[in-house]
Design a protein around this ligand. Structure first.
Ligand SMILES: [Zn+2]
Length: 544
């Protein structure tokens, strides 16, 4: 009830002045991006000199805004990683058909993944298992009646339409997928990208295949026990796998494009792989800052605003440029966090709950900084009432609609909808569930720990000219050197977006009730798991 009343107050403020109080002008936001995405910072790779410089800059700004340090060591929360570098000259891949070897070209045909640490040698038969999903909630099982023991499963990336988007995304995470595969006895996985949902063309994926991957250097985070091989196959070459099976990749892809059911069948080939990976330790840190709340009963609760400060560093040159600056990914979100802090200095607000600003590292390596933070938060997990994550919100089209990842999962979605409406902006759920954006940024780790979360992007209605602009942006600039400060960005849209995020943060910080999962949300189970044995179940459920 109180949420509604607060919202009416907000609406009154707007109508009395004819517009919202402008806390943002877009220029301070852009100025932060100019620093973070400068060539001097070399693309802010996790653990790099450039990332450290970005961190120093961020801390300077946070201090200047009056934010308090809330890490383990001042603003820093140190995080340890292993970096894995594939040594391609010592690797080989081949298909074995009737005892004949057909070599696969690394890069052109296939890429050896290192997020799963490959065994130095493996040979196993292949079996096609459709989407390779097991979703008990929907009685869906791609493995029913199929023997995958000691085999390598071939999966088509995506999900059938009968599985709701968020749930499908969840079961496609490495951790969830590998749990199912490990239980079934599989030893590896070959992924066939869904051509209808590829953000980056194969040529660019292949170009940067030698770029190191990372994992957290703590045994508790090992999620791929027993996995020996993970490959991704060039969809244009995928038919090599299907020879003699009675099926073709084109057939699979055309069904998968529309999320239709896929067949399951053994392939007539085995795969043989030899791999070499060099492992080196890397250190980095999350940054954590706080604006304390003032309500004696609520100030020990925290509203998290998160973004990732890392990007992918220096890579293979494209048009002569080797620095992958990450101006939008996620310079845009990091700059928003710094801008938000400054707005609370310039226009102080009475916060009932505390605000926690979290600039994570290692996002590009697989959401690793947020994985570490949510497993070892610097405030109690149960005191975190929500995460609002901002990652690459793309203010490159007029702001008419916001895409809210997690819109239907918790009342954060309803709050976002009402606030956006007050700004004359509509909201929509993920219009492209195949892209799995819900699991592709840091909010996902908060969700896994029971914390209601949303990620909000400037959106486009399906089929609109704006959608084409986003699609072109992804093809040309996403994870490319041209995501730099020489790209057209609408500063007024960025400023309005920031106003909406600010209003949402204040709504969460000052509402009587903490955000709640929807009873029908699949992800609610994590909140329930987190409260078992807790004395504060009513509070955790938002009942005060
Ligand atoms: Zn990225």
């Amino acid at each position: 009830m109180k949420t509604t009343i607060l919202l009416l107050v907000l609406l009154c403020t707007i109508s009395a002045t004819g517009q919202t109080i402008p806390h943002f002008d877009g220029h301070t936001w852009w100025n932060h991006i100019k620093v973070l995405a400068d060539d001097k910072l070399e693309g802010r790779d996790t653990g790099s000199r450039g990332e450290r410089e970005a961190q120093r800059y961020a801390i300077e700004q946070l201090k200047d805004s009056g934010a308090q340090p809330a890490g383990a060591n001042g603003f820093y929360q140190p995080v340890k990683f292993n970096s894995r570098q594939i040594v391609e000259k010592d690797c080989s891949l081949a298909l074995i058909r009737d005892a004949r070897r057909e070599p696969l070209a690394l890069g052109e045909d296939a890429i050896i993944g290192t997020r799963i640490m490959p065994a130095s040698e493996v040979e196993a038969p292949l079996v096609f298992v459709g989407y390779g999903l097991k979703v008990p909630e929907n009685n869906y099982d791609d493995f029913a009646g199929i023997d995958v023991r000691d085999k390598i499963v071939v999966i088509f990336s995506g999900s059938p339409s009968e599985i709701p988007g968020a749930l499908a995304s969840h079961y496609q995470t490495t951790a969830e997928r590998w749990k199912v595969l490990h239980a079934a006895g599989a030893v590896g996985i070959v992924s066939l990208p869904n051509p209808a949902a590829m953000d980056i063309p194969w040529s660019r994926i292949a170009l940067n295949r030698a770029h190191p991957t990372m994992d957290l250097d703590y045994p508790e985070f090992n999620e791929t026990e027993g996995a020996k091989l993970a490959l991704t196959i060039n969809p244009a070459r995928a038919d090599k796998l299907f020879v003699g099976s009675g099926h073709s990749f084109a057939e699979i892809a055309s069904l998968g494009k529309d999320r239709k059911p896929l067949p399951h069948f053994p392939l007539t080939v085995s795969i043989a792989a030899k791999t070499k990976v060099e492992v080196t330790p890397v250190e980095s840190a999350n940054l954590i800052a706080r604006f304390p709340g003032s309500d004696p009963d609520l100030k020990d609760q925290y509203v998290v605003l998160s973004a990732h400060l890392d990007h992918i560093g220096i890579g293979e040159p494209i048009n002569g440029d080797r620095i992958y600056n990450g101006a939008m990914d996620d310079g845009s979100g990091s700059a928003l966090v710094l801008d938000m802090a400054e707005s609370f200095k310039k226009h102080p607000e009475k916060l009932r709950r505390s605000l926690l600003l979290v600039l994570v590292t290692g996002e590009e390596k697989g959401l690793l900084g947020s994985k570490y933070f949510t497993a070892h938060p610097t405030v109690p997990t149960k005191s975190i009432v929500a995460d609002v994550n901002v990652d690459m919100f793309l203010p490159i089209v007029p702001l008419k609609i916001l895409t809210v990842l997690g819109l239907g999962e918790s009342d954060l979605g309803d709050r976002t909808r009402e606030i956006a409406q007050a700004f004359g902006v509509k909201v929509q759920p993920d219009p492209e569930p195949l892209r799995n954006v819900f699991i592709r940024s840091d909010q996902y780790n908060f969700i896994r720990h029971g914390i209601p979360s949303v990620m909000i992007d400037v959106g486009a209605e399906p089929g609109s000219p704006e959608q084409k602009i986003f699609k072109d942006w992804l093809t040309q600039r996403y994870h490319a050197p041209s995501d730099d400060v020489n790209q057209p960005v609408d500063l007024a849209v960025a400023a309005r977006y920031e106003e909406i995020i600010r209003a949402l943060l204040l709504n969460i910080a000052n509402g009587d009730l903490r955000p709640r999962w929807k009873p029908e949300s699949f992800f609610r189970r994590y909140a329930e798991a987190a409260t078992i044995g807790s004395a504060s179940i009513p509070q955790a459920l938002g009942i005060k």
